[in-house]
Design a protein around this ligand. Sequence first.
Ligand SMILES: Nc1nc2c(c(=O)[nH]1)N[C@H]1C(S)=C(S)[C@@H](COP(=O)(O)O)O[C@H]1N2
Ligand SMILES: [Mo]
Length: 316
Amino acid sequence: MAIIIKKQADIKPSEITPQSVYLDRRRFMQQSLVTGALLATDALLPAWAKRWPQLPASQFNTDETLNSFEDITTYNNFYEFGTSKSDPHRQAKDFDPRPWTITVEGECDKPGTFDLEDIIKQASVQEYIYRLRCVEGWSMVIPWVGFSLADMLKRFSPNSRAKYVEFTTLLDKSRMPGQKRRVLRWPYVEGLRIDEAMNALPIMAVGLYGELLPNQNGAPIRLVVPWKYGFKSIKSIVKIRFMETQPATTWNLSAPKEYGFYSNVNPNVDHPRWSQKKERRIGEAFWKPKHATKIYNGYGEQVAHLYAGMNLKKYF
Ligand SMILES: Nc1nc2c(c(=O)[nH]1)N[C@H]1C(S)=C(S)[C@@H](COP(=O)(O)O)O[C@H]1N2
Ligand SMILES: [Mo]
């Protein structure tokens, strides 16, 4: 067997394995020689990402078994890079997410265009182990590297007319080939009510398993809202807008009877074409029983009060 030892400069950030407690990832990387070579390249992580392998843990972390790095990075929904689960990890391979800026506009006192690195440097980065529940009926447990969405938004000083926040994905069909097909209205847009956005749970994720965010998972920065169906967690964000009125969102525009603005995980409100009572945990043996889906994906203690008195069948 030929062993190819790469020069440091040839090793991409995505190939760097942090010194970590991630047994799944270790198993994935099996050959100790490869692991050793990669650990030596820690110097290639950008300065602001050097501490990622030893990040503080969020108080909301689930202790459920993590999905493997391989599951998390090869079973993706990211229509900008193809409509099947196995498309994004191949079609996003050459996407270069650096440098990257985010434009902040609308109802706030400190709008502007900000370099992503500056945003991350000011943030308090932690590890957030959250369940992700897709509206299609599968789920995963993912160790994100990220920071509080609320903390970031406050820095832009939203004003009293800011009732909603809109997020927009990059629009560039030369870099996102899936945008050449009109399977959705591009760019992808999502939104939250301001009190949802200011809740302690939502994060901006910039990595997973202690590494920079893989392209197929929404590099370089994506939203993660753990009590809502996966499609609310918009990827590769270039714009944030504070709004007085509810933003029009991609899946709601595409099929309004099937996907509402709220899209809270709710086993009691079925999708018109299938039940939402159960979910299949990616990576588990096919003969294992499905898991019962929990209201708000199990995060009700943190978020149920946001919807007190609302008819969740109407506001689905
Ligand atoms: N821009 C953009 N964001 C997106 C999507 C997409 O197609 N485009 N798919 C969504 C859906 S349906 C899911 S389930 C999650 C999947 O995130 P993951 O690939 O990191 O598991 O991303 C969401 N964010
Ligand atoms: Mo999804």
